[in-house]
Design a protein around this ligand. Structure first.
Ligand code: PEP
Length: 258
Protein backbone atom coordinates (compact mmCIF):
# COMPACT_ATOMS: atom_id res chain seq x y z
CA UNK A 1 0.00 0.00 0.00
CA UNK A 2 1.48 3.35 -1.03
CA UNK A 3 1.76 5.95 1.72
CA UNK A 4 2.65 8.92 -0.43
CA UNK A 5 0.31 11.89 -0.74
CA UNK A 6 0.81 14.72 -3.21
CA UNK A 7 1.31 17.48 -0.63
CA UNK A 8 3.77 17.57 2.22
CA UNK A 9 2.31 18.95 5.45
CA UNK A 10 4.70 20.90 7.67
CA UNK A 11 2.89 21.79 10.88
CA UNK A 12 4.40 23.84 13.69
CA UNK A 13 3.12 23.33 17.23
CA UNK A 14 4.27 26.31 19.28
CA UNK A 15 2.79 24.82 22.48
CA UNK A 16 2.72 27.48 25.29
CA UNK A 17 5.15 29.81 23.49
CA UNK A 18 6.12 32.62 23.02
CA UNK A 19 5.22 34.78 26.04
CA UNK A 20 4.45 37.98 24.13
CA UNK A 21 2.22 39.03 21.28
CA UNK A 22 5.12 40.95 19.71
CA UNK A 23 7.31 37.84 19.61
CA UNK A 24 4.46 35.75 18.21
CA UNK A 25 3.91 38.27 15.41
CA UNK A 26 7.60 38.40 14.60
CA UNK A 27 7.83 34.60 14.44
CA UNK A 28 4.72 34.27 12.30
CA UNK A 29 5.82 37.04 9.89
CA UNK A 30 9.20 35.41 9.39
CA UNK A 31 7.54 32.14 8.39
CA UNK A 32 4.91 33.83 6.25
CA UNK A 33 7.46 35.93 4.31
CA UNK A 34 9.28 32.76 3.31
CA UNK A 35 6.18 30.75 2.52
CA UNK A 36 5.09 33.42 0.03
CA UNK A 37 8.24 32.59 -1.94
CA UNK A 38 7.63 28.86 -2.28
CA UNK A 39 5.32 26.63 -4.30
CA UNK A 40 2.39 26.05 -1.98
CA UNK A 41 1.04 23.37 -4.25
CA UNK A 42 3.79 21.20 -2.81
CA UNK A 43 3.74 22.17 0.85
CA UNK A 44 0.90 22.97 3.25
CA UNK A 45 2.39 25.04 6.06
CA UNK A 46 0.34 25.26 9.25
CA UNK A 47 1.20 27.16 12.44
CA UNK A 48 -0.57 26.25 15.68
CA UNK A 49 0.06 29.10 18.15
CA UNK A 50 -1.57 29.49 21.57
CA UNK A 51 -5.28 30.40 21.23
CA UNK A 52 -4.69 33.99 22.38
CA UNK A 53 -2.56 34.81 19.33
CA UNK A 54 -4.79 33.27 16.66
CA UNK A 55 -6.63 36.50 15.89
CA UNK A 56 -3.33 38.36 15.38
CA UNK A 57 -2.56 36.44 12.21
CA UNK A 58 -3.92 36.63 8.69
CA UNK A 59 -6.13 33.59 8.24
CA UNK A 60 -6.35 34.06 4.45
CA UNK A 61 -2.62 33.99 3.86
CA UNK A 62 -0.45 31.14 2.64
CA UNK A 63 0.33 29.95 6.16
CA UNK A 64 -2.73 28.14 7.49
CA UNK A 65 -3.78 28.56 11.10
CA UNK A 66 -4.22 25.67 13.50
CA UNK A 67 -5.34 25.49 17.13
CA UNK A 68 -3.67 23.26 19.71
CA UNK A 69 -6.96 21.86 20.98
CA UNK A 70 -10.72 22.13 20.55
CA UNK A 71 -13.74 21.36 22.72
CA UNK A 72 -16.48 18.90 21.83
CA UNK A 73 -19.47 21.21 22.46
CA UNK A 74 -20.25 24.32 20.47
CA UNK A 75 -21.22 26.69 23.28
CA UNK A 76 -22.45 26.70 26.86
CA UNK A 77 -21.16 26.33 30.42
CA UNK A 78 -17.71 24.91 29.69
CA UNK A 79 -15.31 27.26 31.44
CA UNK A 80 -12.06 27.75 29.63
CA UNK A 81 -12.98 25.82 26.51
CA UNK A 82 -12.95 26.88 22.85
CA UNK A 83 -15.34 25.48 20.23
CA UNK A 84 -14.96 24.53 16.58
CA UNK A 85 -17.40 27.30 15.65
CA UNK A 86 -15.29 29.93 17.41
CA UNK A 87 -12.15 28.66 15.72
CA UNK A 88 -13.67 28.50 12.27
CA UNK A 89 -14.98 32.07 12.59
CA UNK A 90 -11.36 33.15 13.22
CA UNK A 91 -10.30 31.38 10.03
CA UNK A 92 -8.64 28.47 11.82
CA UNK A 93 -8.42 25.45 9.50
CA UNK A 94 -6.82 22.79 11.71
CA UNK A 95 -6.84 21.65 15.34
CA UNK A 96 -4.36 19.36 17.05
CA UNK A 97 -6.34 16.75 19.00
CA UNK A 98 -5.07 14.25 21.56
CA UNK A 99 -1.53 15.58 21.88
CA UNK A 100 0.36 13.42 24.37
CA UNK A 101 0.98 16.42 26.64
CA UNK A 102 -2.78 16.92 26.99
CA UNK A 103 -3.30 13.19 27.55
CA UNK A 104 -0.52 13.20 30.18
CA UNK A 105 -1.07 16.50 32.06
CA UNK A 106 -4.79 17.07 31.54
CA UNK A 107 -6.11 13.54 31.65
CA UNK A 108 -7.41 13.59 28.09
CA UNK A 109 -8.81 10.14 27.28
CA UNK A 110 -9.40 8.34 23.97
CA UNK A 111 -13.13 8.97 24.47
CA UNK A 112 -12.55 12.74 24.76
CA UNK A 113 -10.31 12.60 21.71
CA UNK A 114 -13.11 10.87 19.79
CA UNK A 115 -15.64 13.56 20.80
CA UNK A 116 -13.21 16.32 19.81
CA UNK A 117 -12.59 14.79 16.39
CA UNK A 118 -16.33 14.57 15.79
CA UNK A 119 -16.77 18.22 16.85
CA UNK A 120 -13.90 19.40 14.64
CA UNK A 121 -15.27 17.56 11.62
CA UNK A 122 -18.78 18.88 12.23
CA UNK A 123 -17.36 22.40 12.58
CA UNK A 124 -15.25 22.18 9.40
CA UNK A 125 -11.93 22.32 11.23
CA UNK A 126 -9.46 19.62 10.13
CA UNK A 127 -8.45 17.42 13.07
CA UNK A 128 -4.77 16.47 13.48
CA UNK A 129 -5.06 13.33 15.59
CA UNK A 130 -1.91 12.66 17.65
CA UNK A 131 -1.08 9.11 18.66
CA UNK A 132 2.03 7.44 20.04
CA UNK A 133 3.49 5.11 22.61
CA UNK A 134 5.49 5.77 25.79
CA UNK A 135 9.04 4.49 26.22
CA UNK A 136 7.84 1.71 28.56
CA UNK A 137 5.24 0.58 26.05
CA UNK A 138 7.88 0.54 23.32
CA UNK A 139 10.29 -1.44 25.50
CA UNK A 140 7.55 -3.98 26.27
CA UNK A 141 6.99 -4.41 22.52
CA UNK A 142 3.46 -2.97 22.79
CA UNK A 143 3.78 -0.14 20.24
CA UNK A 144 1.58 -1.81 17.60
CA UNK A 145 -1.17 -2.60 20.08
CA UNK A 146 -1.15 0.96 21.47
CA UNK A 147 -1.40 2.48 17.99
CA UNK A 148 -4.27 0.15 16.97
CA UNK A 149 -6.14 0.95 20.15
CA UNK A 150 -5.66 4.74 19.91
CA UNK A 151 -6.71 4.92 16.26
CA UNK A 152 -9.74 2.63 16.68
CA UNK A 153 -10.99 4.53 19.73
CA UNK A 154 -10.35 7.97 18.22
CA UNK A 155 -12.36 7.06 15.11
CA UNK A 156 -15.25 5.25 16.78
CA UNK A 157 -18.53 5.97 14.98
CA UNK A 158 -16.95 8.42 12.55
CA UNK A 159 -18.16 7.75 9.01
CA UNK A 160 -15.50 7.43 6.35
CA UNK A 161 -17.02 10.19 4.21
CA UNK A 162 -16.44 12.68 7.05
CA UNK A 163 -12.74 11.83 7.24
CA UNK A 164 -11.79 12.07 3.62
CA UNK A 165 -9.97 15.29 2.87
CA UNK A 166 -10.18 16.30 6.52
CA UNK A 167 -8.44 14.00 8.99
CA UNK A 168 -4.68 14.15 9.45
CA UNK A 169 -2.92 11.64 11.73
CA UNK A 170 0.41 12.41 13.42
CA UNK A 171 2.47 9.54 14.81
CA UNK A 172 4.35 11.06 17.73
CA UNK A 173 6.20 8.53 19.88
CA UNK A 174 6.11 10.13 23.34
CA UNK A 175 9.72 9.19 24.08
CA UNK A 176 10.81 11.15 20.99
CA UNK A 177 9.01 14.39 21.86
CA UNK A 178 11.50 17.04 22.94
CA UNK A 179 14.11 14.38 23.78
CA UNK A 180 16.41 14.47 20.75
CA UNK A 181 15.76 10.74 20.24
CA UNK A 182 14.15 9.77 16.95
CA UNK A 183 13.00 6.37 15.64
CA UNK A 184 14.65 5.05 12.49
CA UNK A 185 12.96 5.80 9.15
CA UNK A 186 12.15 2.05 8.90
CA UNK A 187 10.32 2.12 12.22
CA UNK A 188 8.40 5.25 11.22
CA UNK A 189 7.49 3.68 7.88
CA UNK A 190 6.19 0.52 9.53
CA UNK A 191 3.97 2.53 11.90
CA UNK A 192 2.72 4.52 8.89
CA UNK A 193 1.78 1.27 7.17
CA UNK A 194 0.14 -0.03 10.33
CA UNK A 195 -2.04 3.09 10.56
CA UNK A 196 -3.08 2.63 6.92
CA UNK A 197 -3.96 -1.02 7.65
CA UNK A 198 -6.06 0.00 10.65
CA UNK A 199 -7.95 2.54 8.51
CA UNK A 200 -8.50 -0.09 5.81
CA UNK A 201 -9.79 -2.55 8.42
CA UNK A 202 -12.13 -0.05 10.10
CA UNK A 203 -13.65 1.16 6.83
CA UNK A 204 -13.45 -2.07 4.84
CA UNK A 205 -11.71 -0.46 1.87
CA UNK A 206 -8.60 1.55 1.04
CA UNK A 207 -10.13 4.98 0.47
CA UNK A 208 -9.47 6.42 3.93
CA UNK A 209 -6.15 4.60 4.11
CA UNK A 210 -5.02 6.23 0.90
CA UNK A 211 -6.38 9.70 1.53
CA UNK A 212 -5.51 10.41 5.17
CA UNK A 213 -2.12 12.15 5.42
CA UNK A 214 0.09 10.52 8.04
CA UNK A 215 2.77 12.70 9.62
CA UNK A 216 5.67 12.06 11.95
CA UNK A 217 6.41 14.19 15.05
CA UNK A 218 9.10 14.07 17.75
CA UNK A 219 12.48 15.88 17.80
CA UNK A 220 12.34 16.86 14.15
CA UNK A 221 15.07 19.31 13.18
CA UNK A 222 16.74 20.65 10.03
CA UNK A 223 19.08 17.63 9.90
CA UNK A 224 16.60 14.78 10.17
CA UNK A 225 13.44 16.33 8.65
CA UNK A 226 13.99 15.34 5.05
CA UNK A 227 14.76 11.67 5.70
CA UNK A 228 11.79 11.33 8.05
CA UNK A 229 9.55 12.02 5.08
CA UNK A 230 11.61 10.92 2.10
CA UNK A 231 12.66 7.55 3.56
CA UNK A 232 9.35 6.74 5.20
CA UNK A 233 6.77 7.61 2.55
CA UNK A 234 4.88 9.70 5.13
CA UNK A 235 3.12 12.93 4.19
CA UNK A 236 4.83 15.41 6.46
CA UNK A 237 5.90 16.50 9.91
CA UNK A 238 4.48 17.90 13.14
CA UNK A 239 7.24 20.03 14.63
CA UNK A 240 7.45 21.36 18.19
CA UNK A 241 10.79 22.82 19.33
CA UNK A 242 12.16 23.58 15.87
CA UNK A 243 8.99 25.48 14.93
CA UNK A 244 9.93 28.07 17.56
CA UNK A 245 13.03 28.90 15.54
CA UNK A 246 11.53 30.45 12.39
CA UNK A 247 14.79 30.26 10.44
CA UNK A 248 15.13 26.52 11.05
CA UNK A 249 11.42 25.95 10.44
CA UNK A 250 11.47 27.71 7.06
CA UNK A 251 14.64 25.85 6.10
CA UNK A 252 12.67 22.63 6.62
CA UNK A 253 9.70 23.98 4.67
CA UNK A 254 11.96 25.03 1.78
CA UNK A 255 13.46 21.57 1.54
CA UNK A 256 10.03 20.13 0.71
CA UNK A 257 9.03 22.87 -1.70
CA UNK A 258 11.60 21.94 -4.34
C1 PEP B 1 5.27 17.84 19.60
O1 PEP B 1 5.19 17.91 20.82
O2 PEP B 1 4.25 17.84 18.89
C2 PEP B 1 6.60 17.78 19.02
C3 PEP B 1 6.72 17.24 17.85
O3 PEP B 1 7.63 18.28 19.77
P1 PEP B 1 9.19 18.32 19.42
O4 PEP B 1 9.35 18.56 17.94
O5 PEP B 1 9.74 19.44 20.24
O6 PEP B 1 9.75 16.98 19.82
Amino acid sequence: MDLKQTKTYIIGNWKMNPASEADAEEMFDEVEDEVYKIDDEKVEVVICPPFVFLSNFDSDGKVKLGAQDIFWENSGAFTGEISADMLRRLGVRYAIIGHSERRQYLGETDEMVNLKIKAALAGKVRPILCIGETLEERQRGDTGEIIVNQVEKALTEIPEKDLIGNLVIAYEPIWAIGSGAVPSPDEVMSIGLLIKKILAKIYGNRVAAESVPILYGGSVNRDNAFDLVDKTGLSGLLIGGASLKPREFVEIVRRFAK
